[in-house]
Design a protein around this ligand. Structure first.
Ligand SMILES: *Cc1c(COP(=O)(O)O)cnc(C)c1O
Length: 227
């Protein structure tokens, strides 16, 4: 058993999620996306054994290599920056969490139309105000909505955000609430934007209180990464 105690950690995380859903009052379902980057295919299989059906990878090539070695029918989520010259690989993923620019949207749309199969995407939003973070500022997102509406090759399923590392609870909460509001703006504009991908090992509890429907968890499940 390559990841001893994983079943216990998953059970503990599920309990903590349920508690935070109750406190937050958003009554959402929360899926755990097990982030297996830097770990081998055995991490994916171990997660599957613990009832996790969604895995996240931040690099296309690493993910594709791993897919070839995994027999379990997990759903693969691409959670890291996607280079435009790799959009053709997207069809192997259940969802792109990190649609972080209009130029990328144009490329994804083009590929989806070519295949006559729209790609499911989350718009990455920068609601922390950190200059170093990728993604759309809320005002940029509003501005892009008419153009997104015209893109038949992608389906916007919600938003994703990343909170600043080591931020205070107040800053985390504001970042997550801002992402929820961005998601709601998309909904009001007619997109089927149900998903809110936010929360990592250090901040998932506040993210769930603020309405996260997907938490992306690596370290807390598999241990510290060495790469
Ligand atoms: C690595 C990564 C995670 C998981 O981070 P942990 O702190 O290990 O839980 C989540 N989201 C993204 C985009 C990542 O790259």
């Amino acid at each position: 058993m390559p990841f001893p105690g994983l079943d216990r950690r998953v059970a503990d995380v599920r309990e903590r999620i349920a508690e935070r859903v109750r406190i937050g009052g958003h009554e959402q379902q929360v899926r755990i996306v097990a982030v297996t980057k830097t770990y081998g295919p055995d991490a994916v299989s171990a997660a599957w054994q613990c009832g996790i059906a969604d895995v996240g990878e931040n690099r296309v090539q690493e993910a594709v290599d791993k897919m070839r070695q995994v027999v379990e029918p997990v759903a693969w989520h691409l959670i890291g920056h996607l280079q435009r010259n790799k959009v053709r690989q997207l069809s192997q993923f259940r969802m792109l969490h990190s649609l972080d620019s209009e130029r990328l949207a144009v490329a994804v749309d083009h590929d989806g139309r070519e295949r006559a199969a729209a790609h499911d995407v989350l718009v990455q939003v920068n609601t922390s105000g950190e200059a170093s973070k990728g993604g759309f500022e809320p005002a940029e997102l509003r501005d892009a909505i008419p153009r997104f509406t015209a893109m038949q090759g992608l389906t916007i399923r919600g938003v994703m955000t990343m909170a600043p590392l080591g931020a205070s609870a107040a800053v985390l909460r504001a970042t997550f609430a801002g992402a929820r509001m961005a998601r709601d703006v998309l909904r009001e504009n007619g997109f089927p934007a149900e998903e809110l991908s936010m929360g990592m090992s250090d901040d998932f509890e506040l993210a769930v209180e603020e309405g996260a429907t997907m938490v992306r968890l690596g370290t807390i499940l598999f241990g510290a990464r060495t790469q």
